[in-house]
Design a protein around this ligand. Structure first.
Ligand SMILES: C[S@@+](CC[C@H](N)C(=O)[O-])C[C@H]1O[C@@H](n2cnc3c(N)ncnc32)[C@H](O)[C@@H]1O
Length: 268
C-alpha cells in the first residue's frame, strides 16, 4: 500500500526550502545511463518529484519533462520557473497521464519507499519506450563533520524521535539494498554523495523537514527538543575568531547517494 505523507502545506514548504540539491554528478550519471539504452531525449518523467529538486536535473537534457507527485502541496511549492517542465498531481501507481511506450526516462528519487512497487513497476513497464530507462535513487542519513555533533544528531534521530520514523525509512537506511528493479540486467551505483556547507539554522530546517519530526510534532506540539539540538550545534560550531569575536562556522554535511538503474527490455 502507498503511504501518504508530506501532505501539509507547512511540511511541503519546509521541504522545498531546506532539502539538499543533487549535484551535476547525479544528473550526469542519469543522462549517461540513458545513452547506454535507447533514448530520444524527448520525454522524462520524475515521479514523486516533491517540490522539484530531482526534476530540475533533467531539464537541460530532455525536450519535455514532467514532475508528478501525489501531494498537491508539494506540487504547489515546485519551482514554476523551469521552462520545459510541467508539474502535476498524480500517484506513482497510476501514470494515466502517459500513453503506452511514450517515455524515454522515468526517475523516482527519495520516494520509492513510499510507493506500491508492484503497481508502479506495472505502469513503468507500460509507459517506457523499449530501451527506455528507469532510475531509482535516493540519499541516506546525513553525516556531520564533527563527531560530537554527529553523536547529538544520532541521539535525536534514533532516541528522541526514533519511534516516529516509518518502517519504510529502513529501506533508505539500508540504501535500497532490499529494492530490485523490474528489468533484467539492472545495476547499482554507490560512489556518489551530496555535500553542503550550511549554517546551523539551515541544517535545523532540514531536520525539521523530516517525516519523523513532523509526525513527532503532531503528538508533542510544544516540544523544545529541536531547539535544544540547535543550541548544542551552535555551541559546537561557534568559535572565537582572531579579533576575539564569536563566529559561527558552517556545518559540513554529506549524504551518501545510491542509484539503481535499468533499461526496459525491447521484448516487453
Ligand atoms: C522525500 S520526498 C522526495 C522528493 C524529491 N523527489 C527529492 O528527491 O527530494 C518524497 C515524495 O514522494 C511523494 N510520494 C509519496 N508517496 C507517493 C505516491 N504513492 N505517489 C507519488 N508520490 C508519492 C511525497 O508526496 C513526497 O513529495
Amino acid at each position: 500500500m502507498a503511504t501518504r505523507l508530506f501532505e501539509s502545506d507547512y511540511h511541503a514548504e519546509l521541504y522545498s526550502k531546506y532539502r539538499p540539491k543533487y549535484g551535476k554528478s547525479v544528473s550526469g550519471v542519469i543522462i549517461d545511463f540513458c545513452k547506454t539504452g535507447i533514448c530520444d531525449f524527448d520525454l522524462a518523467v520524475d515521479v514523486g518529484c516533491g517540490s522539484g529538486q530531482s526534476t530540475s536535473l533533467l531539464c537541460s537534457a530532455f525536450k519535455n519533462v514532467i514532475g508528478s507527485d501525489v501531494s498537491p502541496n508539494q506540487i504547489e511549492n515546485a519551482s514554476k520557473n523551469l521552462k520545459n517542465v510541467t508539474f502535476l498531481v498524480s500517484p506513482a501507481e497510476d501514470l494515466g497521464f502517459l500513453s503506452n511506450n511514450s517515455t524515454d526516462l522515468i526517475t523516482i528519487s527519495q520516494a520509492i519507499h513510499w510507493v506500491d512497487t508492484t503497481k508502479f513497476y506495472k505502469e513503468v513497464t507500460r509507459v517506457l519506450k523499449p530501451g527506455g530507462s528507469l532510475v531509482v535513487y535516493g540519499y541516506g542519513f546525513d553525516q556531520l563533520d564533527k563527531e560530537d555533533a554527529q553523536m547529538k544528531l544520532d541521539r535525536f534521530y534514533f532516541e528522541t524521535i526514533a519511534e516516529f520514523w516509518s518502517n519504510k525509512i529502513q529501506l533508505l537506511q539500508r540504501k535500497y539494498e532490499d529494492i530490485t528493479l523490474p528489468f533484467d540486467g539492472w545495476i547499482r551505483k554507490d560512489d556518489l554523495e551530496i555535500a553542503a556547507d550550511w549554517s546551523v539554522d539551515e541544517f535545523i530546517g532540514f531536520v525539521a523537514s523530516s517525516s519523523a519530526w513532523q509526525s513527532y510534532l503532531k503528538v508533542n506540539p510544544s516540544s523544545e527538543e529541536l531547539k535544544q539540538l540547535s543550541n548544542r550545534f551552535r555551541e559546537i560550531y561557534t568559535r572565537i575568531n582572531e579579533s576575539g569575536v564569536e563566529e559561527e562556522q558552517k556545518m559540513h554535511i554529506t549524504w551518501p547517494v545510491f542509484m539503481l538503474m535499468a533499461h526496459k527490455l525491447s521484448s516487453l
